[in-house]
Design a protein around this ligand. Sequence first.
Ligand code: ADP
Ligand code: MG
Length: 499
Amino acid sequence: MSKLVQGYEVVIGFETHAQLSTQSKIFSRAPTAFGAEANTQACAVDMALPGTLPVMNIGAVERAIEFGLAINAHIAERSIFARKNYFYPDLPKGYQISQFEIPVVQGGEVSFFLEVGKETVRKTVRLERAHLEEDAGKSLHEDSSLGASIGDGRGQSGIDLNRAGTPLLEIVTQPDMRSSEEAVAYAKELHKIVTWIGICDGNMQEGSFRCDANVSVRKPGAELGTRREIKNLNSFKFMQQAIDYEVRWQIDQIEDGHAIQQATVLFDPDTGETRAMRTKEDAADYRYFPDPDLPPLVIGRDWVERVKGEMAELPRVMAERFVKDYALPEYDATQLTQSKAVAAYFEATAKACGQPKLASNWIMGEVSRRLNASELSIEQSPVNAAQLAALIGRISDNTISNNAARQVFEGLWNKEGPSGSGEGEVDAIIEAKGLKQMNDTGELEKIIDEVMAANPKNVEEFKAGNTKALNGLVGPIMKASKGKANPAQVNALLMKKLG
Ligand code: ADP
Ligand code: MG
């Protein structure tokens, strides 16, 4: 059910580099902290001084195992490190240590929900592999966009090897995505998984989580088209823009009778365009061979079991539990497990008010809308779980209407109530704003009679069979009651009076 663009099907596969959250590098003891002064975090191994030897960091391996378990992959009993040979100034060894033929994580899948029109559909992306490798250093160019200043301002270039040897997990999908929306949803889900299990800090600005999108187009049913790879996408917004631009560009080329050349391209956020950086190398260009300095990586099943036992509940397992324990729809459960903090907020609210579905609606609705608008995380929410639970309690015991509840929420958000936790504040705001629902039928009936008398046309139309005419009465009644009437009660009374 892929969406076509000008009659073409879009095919996307992702390669993501997740920087692993170890204290030290993958093959040396130098620290990995971000932002240190150039070359202060590169030891002899990272600088590739003659006579130095790499030593595997167990912490990096353990993180790879955790990832494999999180996505239901096979963890290889025995995997191999390989040398990927290329020349670049920020790679003093002349090769990158990576894994080629036998990666540590094999297969697995990532699934997520996606809004397609008005429908919510589940999509599963198969993973090809995830392998361990080291990062390279950085070339810094004076007056470059990096803003790095070196030398005396004559436009010199320098090398910073702080990043050299930083552990990476490269996560490769099958070409399973069929639109930029699917690609972004996949990337967000993957980001959620690696940060949830804590193997990567997920900081995209600092480059801890960067995605390469392989994009091709084809006529439906045709063989896979030639792909171009958009490198280093480090924001979800740019990811979508870059892929959309690339798809249109490729279709234009093909429609104009040009063949697509396999290439590596960069996205320029300033122009919104992708442009070719180099024609793509093939694996053969890298002259891969097993690194003689490193023995095969052997992972016994007891090690895998131990890691499994130490891992926290995974998002998809937690989501299944939410469906079972709180009778939530699968969609809600998935949304509420976007992060541990959101999940904890939900559980605290649901337990305190005993209304899981209402708690879910409020958290996915009003709470996230307000948090997004103020760019706050749930940990920073001015309304805590106890307060939200108290608010929901007042809706379910009919003290306030849904509409009034939104005003109470606003009051809580702006800290209008006395400080305290929960019910005290909620009740104080209801009182101060005069939001208590009208439970006195006599008073309500009076209002209804007045509104009916003032709108005879609506009354007639309704009696003639036009049910929409009811809205013309309910609105003024709610208004006259200053929003305090219970809408269900208004409806019931109106229907009675209208026969
Ligand atoms: P390489 O080794 O050159 O990086 P891979 O075969 O490992 O190539 O594929 C890299 C990524 O490109 C994978 O995510 C894969 O799914 C994706 N891919 C492969 N062929 C295509 C294609 N025709 N269109 C889109 N993506 C593709
Ligand atoms: Mg690749």
